[in-house]
Each structure stands twice: as C-alpha cells, then as structure tokens.
Design a protein. Structure first.
Length: 433
C-alpha cells in the first residue's frame, strides 16, 4: 500500500546544512531518551489516561455520529453552525477547509470569537434558521466565549423555529457530568455527543469533536480514521524508527543543541492553511512550559515567500522549517496560451499551476538549504481524508514525544487557567457588583 504520508528529513542534517543541522552522533546520544519517551507514551495509552492514541480504532463513534447527521438531514438541515474555541474549533475547521463538500453534506460555519462585529450577523430571527442547526462544543462546559456565543445564537433559533422545535436543532459536545452545559442540554433534551474525558481539546480532532462537524460537511470520517490508524499502527511496530518520533527528535535537537526555538510549518496547498493554525495551538499549548518550549509559526506557501522568506533565509539562524506538500492536486488549471506575450513571459504560456506550486516549494527548499537553514518535508500523495487523518495523528505523536524529551507534561495548560479565572472575575464584578 502506498503511504498516506512520508517525511523527508535530508535537509535537517549537518551533511546538507552545515553546523545548523543535526548530527548522527547527536541523535545517537538521545536514543535512550527516545526509548523512554515511547515507554511513557505506551504507559499513558494502555492505562487509557490519554485516549487519542486509540481513537482511530473506535468504530462505535462513527455509528453514533452517522445517526445524528442522518437525523438532522431528515429535518431538512442544510447548514451547521459550530460554536467552539481552541481545540473545540481548530481541528474541525481544518477538516472542513481541506475536505468539506456541501454537495455531499451541509455547509458548515464556525463561530469562535465573541467579537460583537463577528457575531452580529448570526443574531436575531431570520429565515435562514429554518434550515440551520447549532453544534456547541466545550469539554468543560464552562468555556466563557463558547457559552456566550451559543446563548446569543440560540435566541435567534428559538425566535424563528419556536421553543419546541429548536431543541431538535442543537447538538451539544461536552463531558457528561455536573458541568453547566451538560445540565442545560439535559434540561432542554438536546442531543448530546459525549466529549471523551481522557482526551484534551487540542488532541480531540479525531474524536467526536472534529468528526461530527466533518461528517455534517460531507467528509468520509471512516477514511480520516483509517489514515490515523495507519500512522498509529506503524508507531507501535516501528518504535523509535517511526517518522513522527524522528521528527520530534530532530526538533528537540534543533531546540536544545542548535538554538532554533522557532518552528515554522508551511503548507504548499491553499486548503491546508488552517492546518497551520491547528499545529500552532498543539505545539504551543503542549510544549510551552517550565520556562522552555518552541515557538510555532504558521505559514503558507507560496504566499509567505513574499512576506516571511527573507527572514528565514537571511535572518537569524534560529528557525526550522517544515513544508507540507501534495504530489497531485485535485484540480488542474493551466495558464492560457497567448501569442502576444513578451518573450520574457513566454515560459508561462500553457503552464499548469500544479507545476508552479511544486517549483515554488522546491525553490524555497533550495534557498533555505543553500543558506544553511534546516528544513524538512512532509508529503501527501494527494489531499485525501486518509492523508489528512495520517497528518493529524503524526503531529499528535510528535508532540507527545517532544513533551517527553523536554520533561514537560504535554497534556495540561496551567498557563491558560490564570487568565481564564481573572477574566471571569472581571466580568462577574462588572455585571454583578
């Protein structure tokens, strides 16, 4: 079977980029640490304290989601509004951008930011609510931004379709328990898809959190899970030789041995732009702890060749770049042939844009390598559900491994909690003095 995803690390090594690259001896020096990292990961997996490793093998979730999607379609729902933030938003948003097909499902919209100008268009009654459903996602059931938006939009839904009917148009994804959102769902008989207790938000993309909006958007979620399963199975058999673990090891060496704390992810596919934002949260929130951690940077090629590349090639040698590339695009567009072009532009006549994208990536790779800047490439044969599922699982494995190497807990986020508490205190004081 042809791989859904491959990693080319040739330009990460000193043999290609000089002293800025990793050496074989450096990798050998951390081999014991790599083995310990995988033993720790397996302990988390087998104890079920971290569930994202086993999610790709969960067939029950597909059946549960499929039933809910069919129920909404039967009611004439053509539009799903997803309300979440962070890990409750970015994964599903990525899948929709990359693979969503409203011809096979519904149109999916995401509302995450309680900016009044962003939310205003969704408020109040309107005929569009007649074919719209809401999906609200919050693991804790207390997320300030999410709940404030949900309660605001819910009012418009109720005003349009009525109190009774609106209850059929709300799907709640949260932990089952005493949290406020779950209690509200029970009181209103909303459909509830339980958020797994042992999966944190930023690792939840292949759980119900990402899969339900994806299925509504016409994506084959079985194939998404198949790609992730392929990566996870190979990790269990290959151990420290697995590409995701090697990826983590090379980024660990870049950070700790070569003063390269800035890790750039640059997709050369427009429909993978949102993936960079998902990666940014995963890398930052998981690894930025105990006064250490890399800074993730989301880019997009070729766009950022015209905004960021000058810095990457000619600025400080403190960055590692990972390209995401696609061998074969799903659509083919050629530059028209014209006889009146100046000689200097004749090479463009009839050129296909797939070749332009690939040449742009290769040119950028060459420039970075020539300048002694480490870079690697993750490549998909094509942008399919299997390939995207594999990509998600690859990065989650790499993140868990890098956390182990750094000696931090990649599954918590203590730095976020203080800000949440202070925000709630300020709002409570403002409106309830």
């Amino acid at each position: 079977m042809k791989p859904f995803l491959t990693y080319d690390d040739a330009n990460m090594w000193s043999a290609r980029v000089g002293s800025a690259g990793a050496s074989v001896s450096e990798l050998h020096a951390i081999e014991k640490d790599l083995k310990r990292s995988q033993q720790s990961i397996e302990k988390f997996r087998k104890s079920k304290s971290q569930g994202f490793f086993d999610v790709p093998f969960d067939n029950k979730i597909v059946s549960l989601i499929t039933k809910q999607v069919a129920r909404l379609k039967k009611q004439g729902v053509q539009h799903l509004v997803v309300i979440g933030i962070g890990g409750s938003d970015l994964g599903a948003r990525t899948i929709w951008q990359a693979l969503g097909d409203p011809k096979k499902g519904m149109w999916v919209t995401f509302v995450s930011n309680p900016d009044p100008e962003a939310v205003h268009g969704y408020t109040g009654a309107g005929t569009w609510w007649n074919h719209t459903a809401l999906c609200v996602i919050s693991k804790s059931g207390t997320t300030l931004e999410t709940l404030s938006i949900f309660l605001t939009l819910r009012k418009g839904l109720i005003e349009t379709v009525g109190e009774k009917k609106h209850k059929e148009r709300v799907v709640v994804i949260t932990e089952v328990g005493e949290n406020p959102l779950h209690q509200l769902a029970l009181e209103n008989s909303y459909a509830i898809l339980p958020h797994p207790e042992n999966i944190g938000g930023r690792f939840s993309v292949l759980s119900v959190v990402g899969l339900f909006p994806a299925a509504c958007g016409g994506v084959d979620i079985k194939k998404l899970l198949a790609g992730a399963k392929w990566v996870e199975q190979s990790r269990r058999t290959q151990g420290t030789k697995h590409a995701a673990i090697k990826f983590a090891a090379l980024h660990y060496l870049a950070l700790t041995q070569h003063n390269q704390p800035n890790h750039v992810l640059m997709p050369y596919a427009e429909w993978l732009g949102a993936f960079g934002m998902w990666f940014r949260q995963l890398w930052a929130e998981s690894l930025g702890k105990d006064r250490q951690g890399p800074t993730p940077i989301a880019g997009l090629g070729p766009t950022d060749q015209h905004s960021q590349l000058q810095l990457y090639v000619d600025g400080p040698k403190d960055k590692v770049v990972t390209f995401l590339s696609v061998d074969t695009f799903r659509r083919h567009v050629n530059v028209p042939k014209f006889s009146d072009l100046p000689k200097s532009l004749s090479y463009l006549s009839g050129l296909d844009m797939e070749s332009i994208m690939q040449a742009e990536k290769q040119g950028t790779e060459h420039a970075l390598t020539k300048a002694g800047r480490p870079n690697g490439t993750l490549c998909m044969p094509s942008l399919t559900p299997e390939a995207l599922g594999a990509l998600f699982q690859f990065f989650m494995i790499a993140t868990a491994t890098l956390g182990e190497l750094l000696g931090v807990d990649p599954y918590n986020q203590p730095g976020v909690e203080e800000g949440k508490r202070e925000t709630k205190r300020l709002l409570t004081t403002l409106f309830h003095p």
